[in-house]
Design a protein around this ligand. Structure first.
Ligand code: FES
Ligand code: FES
Length: 159
């Protein structure tokens, strides 16, 4: 089957029931999305499908033909990071870092839909993604910082 990942078509030879996470990591060598629980309960594997965050560990590739899949690698690079990536670096939001790619993808989806989400909306939106290190306050700061970068003229986002 063909998968559209980060604006490129990939021929994938996998059982249709294979979770997207395994195809991303094992076949396409896109390792940003992480295996945490494998049960749709932690968010470490979060990627975007048509702009919506999904748990790639429980999403079979059979459901994804013709859809646009975006991973963290599709947002920016180490040399040219996207605003959400720069914001997480500036806020030093990672401790172990394991949850961070999924956090960034979930936050990115919110900022694309609702660039001016307030603090309560951001907290509620990020709830499905867990951070065992407890860097939640820094993650929140990073998302507010990303809002400032993405909407520089918008007042009231000084969080
Ligand atoms: S690894 Fe997918 S939700 Fe935990
Ligand atoms: S930074 Fe370690 S799990 Fe979030």
């Amino acid at each position: 089957m063909k998968l559209n990942v980060n604006n490129a078509q990939h021929d994938v030879d996998a059982d249709p029931r294979t979770p997207l996470l395994y195809v991303l990591r094992d076949d396409l060598k896109l390792n940003a999305a992480k295996f945490g629980c494998g049960l749709g309960q932690c968010g470490a594997c979060t990627v975007l499908v048509n702009g919506e965050p999904v748990f790639s560990c429980v999403t079979p590739v059979a459901l994804l033909a013709g859809k646009e899949i975006t991973t963290l690698e599709g947002l920016g690079t180490a040399e040219n990071p996207a605003p959400i990536q720069r914001a997480f670096i500036e806020a030093q939001a990672a401790q172990c870092g394991y949850c961070i790619p999924g956090m960034m993808m979930r936050a990115q989806a919110l900022l694309q839909k609702n660039p001016h989400a307030d603090d309560a909306e951001i907290r509620a939106w990020l709830e499905p993604n867990l951070c065992r290190c407890g860097t939640h306050m820094r993650i929140l700061r990073a998302v507010h910082r990303a809002q400032e970068m993405m909407n520089p003229a918008q007042p009231g986002d000084a969080g």
